[in-house]
Structures are given as structure tokens and as C-alpha cells.
Design a protein around this ligand. Structure first.
Ligand SMILES: Nc1ncnc2c1ncn2[C@@H]1O[C@H](COP(=O)(O)OP(=O)(O)OP(=O)(O)O)[C@@H](O)[C@H]1O
Length: 413
């Protein structure tokens, strides 16, 4: 339907977007995402011919868009911009009727067919009740729905949306995006999104832009990975699968990604959920983690599975066999750093701690944040094994910042 081939464009003779190539199938919904200033709007403006290309070509059904007449293009492509200034008090129905202009010769009046199409467009966008109100006297969200109605009244084959739902409340965002998605096979949709979860939910494919180039293109699950979000947005985010829709669900974590930990191999000994948050951050930082021994009942185990971290596991209350302790030993020996979190220590995980003996202790760091301490659940009332470890001089840190520093120091030594 639409093909973008090696496109370049920008402002004042300077290219902002470069080497942009992708195709959109008939009916497909493509989301464009990327950090501020990455060139998303510039790309959309170039596709809609608001900006000239400085190289490459955009074709619609095999024909270069530069060959289309203005009205002809408007009968095929409509644009919903981020914001539309409205200084004149046209009525809502007047604005939506503007979507019919590409179909009219000069001085011809709107006919019954135009009114039918306009009414339908107002009904699907839920603005029919505002038909006779001045657009200057309605809310920003209502106005945006009117603009979407105008775009639909154009009966386009391609609709371009530049953060078209940014001003809408969540209910209307979902409603409008559902309407747009359900325009079906006849309309190809290309939309800029800042909300990654909405993009994941509604788009068939996602294009991730950064620095004016396409960094990734694929299904939401292929593009929205923790690593990409870290590399392109600089955020630590948990990416899970929405249990209802099966699409990626992104939860940004407030903490930043520590730098310079890329590639560090870390084995985490944790339990009772004391390692889950660290696992997310360290995976996002590019560390290679292993974990265990953990019981499948442990929330740290669930986190490890979610993150694809190799993890040694034994059923709750099952004894640790020689095979398990050998597996643990090899993980410990391969790790650059062994990270032990303050956790409740029971008979189940005591062997994990005992495994950190001998030369392994020189690679150990203990993470004991305020309010979280090792608790003795062994009923032996004896945590002297911990004192022994501490006495061996390994770093005991209480903040994330200190932990990252300690990891870096251990890797250097
Ligand atoms: N009219 C303009 N003249 C010159 N430079 C511009 C113009 N519009 C945008 N730019 C620059 O082009 C780059 C890309 O901007 P663009 O608006 O395409 O990014 P974006 O990804 O849509 O950003 P945002 O997420 O902030 O909306 C930015 O560095 C911006 O400053």
C-alpha cells in the first residue's frame, strides 16, 4: 500500500531523518515510537508531503506521492496532527465537513451523501451531540475527536496520526484508537505514539526511531524489549506480557540504569522477593545474571523466569542434591560477582550461602538495604556463618549506588 524507500528529509537544508525504509500493508496499523526529537513528526510530515524529501521516495500503491495532485492525495491520505489551532468559531459540523473538500469542485455545495458521511464520522468519534457548537467553545479532547472525525470524513486509504490521542482522557484514547484500528482492511494507519503501552496494544507493527533513523521494526513484542528501551530511551523498564491481550506490557521503573555494568556476570543469591528488583535493573544494565538456588514458590524465581535468567531451582523443602549443588557451584565459579541479598535464611537456602566459601568469597558483595536484614529462620538461632563471611572482608552495602560501585570495583580487581 505505502512504501518508504531510503527516505531523507529535514529543515533548512539539513537532514533530520535518514535511511528510512519500510512498507505498510493495506489495513495495517503501524506505530512510530522513539524519544523526543528522534524524528517521528518529521517522518510523518514527509510522508504527508508537508515537508519535501531530500532523497528517497514514498509511494502509494506503487506511485510516488510527488506525482499526486493536492486534492487527489487528500482523497487517499488524511492527517490528524498533534494540535490544531482553531481561532475561528466554525461549528463542529463545519469542521468535519471540511473533510469532504477533496471531493468537491469549486463552488459545488455539499450534498446528502456528504452529510451522511459527516454524520457517520461524528457518530463514530462521539461528537454528534456537539454538531452545532463552536469549535472554540469545546474542550481540547472534544476538539481532537472533531479533528479525527474530519480525517475520517475524508474517507482515506491511509490515515496518519501524530500523537492524535495525546489530549484525550484514557477512556477516549482507548475508544478512538479502537475506532481507528477497526477501520479495517481498507485503511492503513500510521501513528506516532509516546505511550508505549497503547502502541503495543493497538499496533500490528512498531517502528522505533532514534537519532533520525529506524532502530528497530517488527511486532510490538519484537521491538519493545527491555534492552531497546534501555538503549534508546535510557530507562529501566519491566516488560511483561499482558495476561489478557498477550501483548507486551511496559512498566518503567523509577530508578535509572547503572552505567558500565554491561556484560558483567553476576550470580544472585536471594529469596523472598529481595532479588527481583535488582534482577530487573541489572538485566536492563546489560549484566549476564544467574540466580538460585530458589524454590519455584519464591517471587524471586518468578522474576528470574520472567527475565529469562538461568536459575537453579528445587521444590520447596526438598533437599539440595549433589547435582544441584554442583550446578550452583559452576554458576558461582563462572560469575565475576556473587551478590547476596539480605533475606530470610531458612534451611532451604542456607546451603546457598554456605556455597560461597573459599576463593568465592573474594567475589562476594552483600546487599543489605535499610529495613531489610538477614533473618534467621533456621531455628538454630545462629547466623554466625554470616559473621564469618563479613569477617572475610567482603563489601556490605546498603544502597543501590554503593552496590553498583562495589560491583565495578570487584570486576576491576
Ligand atoms: N521546523 C523545524 N525547523 C528546524 N528543526 C526542526 C523543526 N522541527 C523539528 N526540528 C528538529 O528536528 C528534530 C526532530 O524533530 P521531530 O519533531 O521530528 O521529533 P519527534 O521525534 O517528533 O519529537 P517529539 O517526540 O518531541 O515530538 C529535532 O531535533 C527538532 O528540533
Amino acid at each position: 500500500m505505502i512504501d518508504v524507500n531510503d527516505l531523507r528529509a529535514g529543515y533548512g537544508g539539513e537532514d533530520i531523518i535518514r535511511e528510512i525504509s519500510f512498507g505498510a500493508e493495506k489495513g495495517e496499523f503501524i506505530g512510530i515510537i522513539g524519544p523526543n526529537g528522534s524524528g517521528k513528526t518529521t517522518l510523518l510530515k514527509t510522508i504527508s508531503r508537508v515537508l519535501n524529501t531530500s532523497g528517497g521516495v514514498v509511494t502509494l500503491e506503487g506511485r510516488a506521492i510527488s506525482d499526486f495532485g493536492q486534492k487527489e492525495l487528500a482523497r487517499i491520505m488524511s492527517v490528524v496532527p498533534q494540535e490544531t489551532a482553531m481561532n475561528f468559531s466554525y461549528t463542529v459540523v463545519d469542521i468535519v465537513m471540511m473533510g469532504r473538500f477533496p471531493y468537491k469542485e469549486r463552488f459545488t455545495k455539499e450534498d446528502a451523501n456528504d452529510y451522511r458521511i459527516v454524520r457517520e464520522a461524528m457518530e463514530v468519534t462521539n461528537v454528534a451531540h456537539l454538531a452545532d457548537r463552536a469549535v472554540t467553545d469545546i474542550s481540547g479532547g472534544e476538539r481532537q475527536r472533531v479533528i479525527i472525525a474530519r480525517a475520517l470524513a475524508q474517507q482515506p486509504k491511509v490515515i496518519l496520526l501524530d500523537e492524535a490521542t495525546a489530549h484525550l482522557d484514557i477512556n477516549h484514547q482507548v475508544e478512538i484508537l479502537s475506532i481507528i484500528r477497526d477501520l479495517g482492511e481498507s485503511v492503513t494507519k500510521i501513528g506516532v505514539f509516546h505511550d508505549l503501552n497503547l502502541a503495543a496494544e493497538f499496533c500490528d507493527r512498531i517502528i522505533l526511531m532514534a537519532g533520525g533513523r529506524v532502530r528497530a521494526i517488527g511486532t510490538p513484542a519484537e521491538v519493545l524489549t527491555m534492552e531497546r528501551l534501555r538503549d534508546e530511551y535510557g530507562i529501566t523498564a519491566m516488560v511483561q506480557t499482558n495476561p489478557v491481550t498477550g501483548r507486551p506490557l511496559i512498566m518503567p521503573l523509577s530508578e535509572g540504569v547503572p552505567s558500565e555494568l554491561q556484560g558483567v556476570r553476576i550470580h544472585i543469591i536471594s529469596g523472598g522477593g529481595t532479588g527481583a528488583g535488582l534482577m530487573h535493573t541489572l538485566v536492563a544494565a546489560g549484566c549476564h545474571l544467574s540466580a538460585g538456588v530458589l524454590s519455584p514458590m519464591d517471587s524471586d524465581y518468578a522474576a528470574a523466569v520472567r527475565l529469562g535468567i538461568p536459575c537453579i531451582t528445587v521444590p520447596a523443602f526438598a533437599p539440595i542434591t549433589t547435582a544441584v549443588s554442583d550446578a550452583l557451584g559452576s554458576y558461582l565459579d563462572e560469575a565475576d560477582v556473587i551478590l547476596l541479598t539480605a533475606m530470610p535464611v531458612g534451611v532451604g537456602n542456607l546451603p546457598n550461602i554456605h556455597a560461597v566459601s573459599g576463593s568465592r568469597r573474594s567475589r562476594l558483595v552483600i546487599y543489605e538495604p535499610p529495613g531489610e536484614a538477614f533473618a534467621d529462620c533456621t531455628q538454630e538461632g545462629d547466623l554466625s556463618f554470616l559473621s564469618a563471611i563479613r569477617d572475610a572482608g567482603c563489601p556490605v552495602v546498603s544502597s543501590r549506588h554503593a552496590l553498583y560501585k562495589a560491583i565495578k570495583a570487584l570486576v576491576k580487581s
